[in-house]
Design a protein around this ligand. Structure first.
Ligand code: 5GP
Ligand code: MN
Length: 341
C-alpha cells in the first residue's frame, strides 16, 4: 500500500521513537468512535513498542465505546484533572488525534498548548492550525484510524498490529464512514479492513458493541426526536431536529445518546442538509450533515464556530436553543440556490 508520509518527517519520528518516551495521546472534546479508536490504537501500539503512554480525553467516552482495549486506563480531564495535568507535564511527546484546532480540546487546550513536548498531529479535518511540530494532515483519509494504520505501516511495524490494535482501528473506520458507506471509503480502505480482520478483528462483534447495545431510553429518545421534533423544510431541502436540555433529561441522556440521530434527518429523499441542535450544559452543540456538493463545513465555520468535513461538520452556539435555530433558519435563504441542487 502507498506510503503517504513524508520520508524526512517519518525518519525524525522513527528516531525519537527508537528510545522510550513518555507520551500523552489526546483527542477532541466529546470523543467519538474515530477519536477513541485512533487514540487507543496508537496507545496499544506504542505500549507494545515499550513507551510510557497515557490517553487523556477532554471529556468522557460514550458507553458504547467503553469496551475498546485500553479504555479502562484513559484519563478523562473533567473527572481527573490533576492526573491529566501531571501526565502532560512529564510528557516528551504529545499526539493530537482526530482534530486540528487546539480549541477543540476545550479546557485541555491551554495545558497542551503550553506543554514543551513535541506535538504531533495525525488528522483528516480541513485546515489545521499551525501549532504542531509534526503535522500529518490528510483530508482525503476517511478517518484518523485509517491514518493510524498507515502510520504504523509506514514505520515498518504492520506486523505489530494485533487484535487489540486492529479492533480499535476497525471501530474508527466503521463509525466515521457510517459503516463503510460514505464517499470517503476507497478501495484501499476496504483492503485495510481486510487486513484488520486477518489480524484478528472480530467485525460482527464490533458492530454489535457499537450499534446494538442501546439502553431503552436512547431508543425512545430517537423515537421522540423523529416523531415529535423533526422539522422538514422542503423549499430548502433541509431537515432539522432541536432538543432542549429538559427533553434530553426526560430520556436520562448520557454521552453518545444523540449520536446518529442527524443521519435519519438526512435519509429523507430530497433532503441535502440536515442539522441536529442539542442543548447541553448551557451550550448548544450542532451536528450538520449534507449530501453531494453542499458543504456544511463552510456553513458551520462561517456561522457556528465550527468546522469538520464537507459532508459532516459540527459547531456550537452560546445563544439559546431557540435563538440558535432562528439564526439557522435565517441563514438558509442565503444557501437556497446551492440547496436546490
Ligand atoms: P459530529 O456532528 O459527529 O459531532 O461531528 C462531525 C464532524 O465535525 C466531526 O469530524 C467533528 O470532528 C467535527 N466537529 C464537531 N463539532 C465541532 C466543533 O465544534 N468544531 C469543529 N471545528 N469541528 C467540529
Ligand atoms: Mn474522524
Amino acid at each position: 500500500m502507498s506510503n503517504r508520509f513524508p520520508a524526512k518527517e517519518l525518519e525524525e519520528l522513527k528516531k525519537i521513537l527508537s528510545v522510550p518516551q513518555m507520551i500523552t495521546i489526546t483527542t477532541h472534546h466529546r470523543p467519538d468512535g474515530d477519536a477513541m479508536g485512533s487514540s487507543l490504537a496508537l496507545y496499544n501500539y506504542l505500549i507494545r513498542k515499550g513507551h510510557g503512554v497515557i490517553v487523556v480525553t477532554p471529556s468522557e467516552c460514550p458507553e458504547f465505546l467503553s469496551w475498546l482495549p485500553g479504555n479502562d486506563v484513559v484519563i478523562d480531564f473533567e473527572k481527573r484533572e490533576d492526573a491529566a495535568m501531571r501526565t502532560i507535564a512529564v510528557s516528551t511527546l504529545v499526539f493530537c488525534l482526530d482534530f486540528n484546532w487546539l480549541s477543540r480540546l476545550e479546557k485541555l487546550e491551554q495545558p497542551v498548548r503550553n506543554s514543551n513536548a513535541i506535538k504531533v498531529l495525525i488528522d483528516h479535518h480541513l485546515e489545521p492550525e499551525p501549532a504542531f511540530d509534526h503535522a500529518f494532515s490528510y483530508t482525503d483519509a476517511c478517518s484518523t484510524c485509517e491514518l493510524i494504520y498507515q502510520f504504523i505501516d509506514a514505520l515498518g511495524d504492520k506486523k505489530m498490529i494485533d487484535k487489540n490494535i486492529a479492533e480499535c482501528i476497525y471501530t474508527g473506520i466503521m463509525t466515521d464512514t457510517n459503516s463503510f458507506r460514505y464517499a470517503t471509503m476507497r478501495s484501499e480502505t476496504h483492503r485495510i479492513i481486510a487486513d484488520l480482520m486477518d489480524a484478528g478483528a472480530e467485525n460482527y462483534k464490533i458492530h454489535e458493541y457499537v450499534y446494538d447495545t442501546w439502553l431503552e431510553n436512547r431508543l425512545r429518545l430517537l423515537g421522540y426526536s423523529l416523531k415529535e421534533k423533526l422539522k422538514v423544510l422542503t423549499e430548502y431541502n433541509t431537515a432539522y431536529i432541536a432538543l432542549s436540555q429538559a427533553e434530553l433529561d426526560m430520556f436520562n441522556f448520557k454521552a453518545g445518546d444523540t449520536e446518529g440521530i442527524v443521519n435519519y434527518a438526512l435519509s429523507i429523499k430530497g433532503v441535502r442538509l440536515a442539522a441536529l441542535f442539542t442543548e447541553r450544559e448551557g451550550e448548544i452543540k450542532i451536528s450538520f450533515r449534507s449530501k453531494d456538493d453542499f458543504s456544511v463545513k463552510d456553513l458551520s465555520s462561517k456561522y457556528f464556530q465550527g468546522g469538520g468535513h464537507k459532508n459532516a461538520s459540527g459547531g456550537k452556539s452560546n445563544e439559546s436553543l431557540d435563538a440558535t435555530v432562528q439564526k439557522f433558519l435565517g441563514i438558509l435563504p442565503h444557501y437556497q440556490s446551492q440547496l436546490a441542487g
